[in-house]
Ligand binder design. Structure first.
Ligand SMILES: Cc1ncc(COP(=O)(O)O)c(C=O)c1O
Length: 468
């Protein structure tokens, strides 16, 4: 059995404590390559923690390449993970962690849209990047084309067709610096001062800012639990485009049903306008079968926006646009004016990462992690608030919406929560038409471990109990 000690009073989560110690054993060579780790059941029982917690630790170690799972026979230390003088290194790391200000370490932040950064597949990414660096022709290190590397655009087309039902050729794909730049380019190419843009309400504030800064007049179309209320699109109007997040509406979380998709397409045909489909986190579907893209139903008029910020990391700054043929050249030019092209080595690494199957494996692994965290948040909210909370929008992604009929989330309530050690995010902050969503919170869980989620909900309860 491993000699692991845990401190239940520490602000460092138990998963982190256990992970750190096993990682150090492996780096130091205390457990050698090929050695079997205790089963999750055994180690959980030994430490008096839940089995899920140990599963999470092992998954993280496996994601980083420290462990190899062998079907039906358990977890083994992978070869090549021994690092001489790791002892000194790990001491430096842990003393740095401990010297962080207490307040920051302790604050539980329910911010949405942050993936589990500590589970980023560092080792695999580093290996792929290293291979790219040493193998690519030196011409790849020169200036490139604005649309991005062909290798990535080809791989993306195949991936998007298979998993999202997106119909496109590589020459319709433009690689961008995240979805944010894709949306900025859309605004720059399509919007002139005073043009109308139909947009979901509520919708993320950043997107409102991007379109408004380009001179658009935002026409809010209300959203309910299924997404945009397409029956409210007026037949005699002529916006430049309609912006939607049909797979997982941000922030309310609905999935647009086929009847509304058809209504939206009919509207776009009559109004002769584009539809901008932002598909920012649909890979993580927790309930029901995967939903296909809107683009697949109407490729000639849908501009499809995707991002690797949620599936991998926001720091990569990699996203893409799938464009109708008629728009391709204008977007190439706009991208060239903005920054010539996105970084080529990262694009090449990403194309290999997808082609070699690492991307889909990572998504499958993360889906399990997010589903556990989602269930933990739902269970904690129900346990703390029982019938006083209504949870919606939890079928996909890394956030859900919690509605408390007896609470209005004003700034003083947000401040009181902060003072209690929990940062909360009212939906109302993203509403264009005010006072419709005052009772709702957006709660992101992707980056929070289960114990932290449960503690965060406990803190939220103490704040709400005081208010009432
Ligand atoms: C709805 C929505 N679209 C787009 C983005 C931007 O993503 P990126 O990091 O790719 O710029 C976000 C970020 O959270 C988002 O919530």
């Amino acid at each position: 059995m491993l000699w692991i000690s845990i401190d239940r009073e520490s602000s460092v989560p138990l998963t982190r404590q256990i992970y750190d110690q096993i990682r150090t054993f492996i780096l130091r060579g205390d457990i050698g390559a090929g050695e079997k780790l205790p089963s999750t059941r055994l180690l959980a029982a030994e430490l008096g923690v839940s089995r899920n917690l140990i599963v999470e630790v092992y998954e993280q170690l496996a994601a980083e390449g420290f462990l190899e799972g062998r079907q039906g026979s358990g977890n083994y230390v992978a070869p090549g993970a021994f690092l001489e003088r790791a002892n000194k290194f790990s001491q430096t790391v842990s003393s740095q962690t401990e010297s962080q200000p207490e307040r920051d370490v302790d604050l539980i932040d329910f911010r949405s849209g942050i993936p589990a950064l500590d589970l980023f597949p560092r080792k695999t990414w580093a290996k792929v990047m290293q291979r790219v660096c040493s193998e690519v022709h030196s011409s790849a290190l020169s200036y490139g084309e604005p649309e991005g590397r062909e290798e990535l655009r080809e791989v993306l087309c195949r991936y998007l067709f298979r998993l999202r039902g997106v119909e496109c050729r590589p020459d319709q794909v433009l690689i961008t610096s995240g979805a944010t730049q894709a949306l900025t380019l859309i605004a720059r190419v399509l919007v002139s001062e005073g043009d109308e843009v139909f947009i979901e309400d509520p919708v993320t504030r950043d997107i409102q800012t991007i379109f408004a800064a380009a001179g658009a007049t935002l026409c809010p179309i209300p959203v309910d639990e299924l997404g945009m209320q397409t029956e409210l699109l007026l037949s005699d109007s002529h916006p430049r485009f309609v912006f939607v997040t049909p797979s997982h509406q941000f922030p309310l979380g609905g999935t647009l049903p086929i009847q509304r998709r058809i209504q939206l397409i009919q509207f776009a045909r009559e109004a002769d306008c584009y539809i901008v489909e932002d598909d920012y986190d649909s890979e993580f579907r927790h309930v029901g079968p995967p939903v296909s893209s809107l683009q697949g139903l109407f490729p000639e008029r849908v501009i499809y926006v995707g991002s690797f910020s949620k599936t991998l990391s926001p720091a990569l700054r990699l996203g893409y646009l799938v464009l109708p043929d008629a728009l391709v050249e204008r977007y190439r030019t706009a991208k060239w004016f903005t920054d010539l092209h996105s970084p080529a080595l990262e694009q090449l690494a990403l194309s290999r990462f997808i082609e070699e199957g690492h991307f889909e494996r990572h998504i499958a692994r993360m889906k399990k992690v997010y589903r556990r965290r989602r269930n933990c948040l739902i269970d904690s909210l129900h346990a703390s608030f029982a019938g006083r909370v209504l949870i919606t929008g939890s079928s996909t992604g890394m956030h859900l919406v919690a509605e408390f009929a007896d609470v209005i989330f004003t700034q003083p309530v947000v401040d009181a929560a902060l003072a209690a050690g929990v940062r909360i995010y009212p939906v109302e902050a993203h509403a264009i038409t005010k006072y419709r969503h005052q009772h709702k919170l957006i709660m992101g869980y992707g980056h929070l471990e289960e114990a932290t989620i449960a503690e965060g909900v406990k803190r939220l309860k103490s704040v709400i109990d005081k208010l009432l």
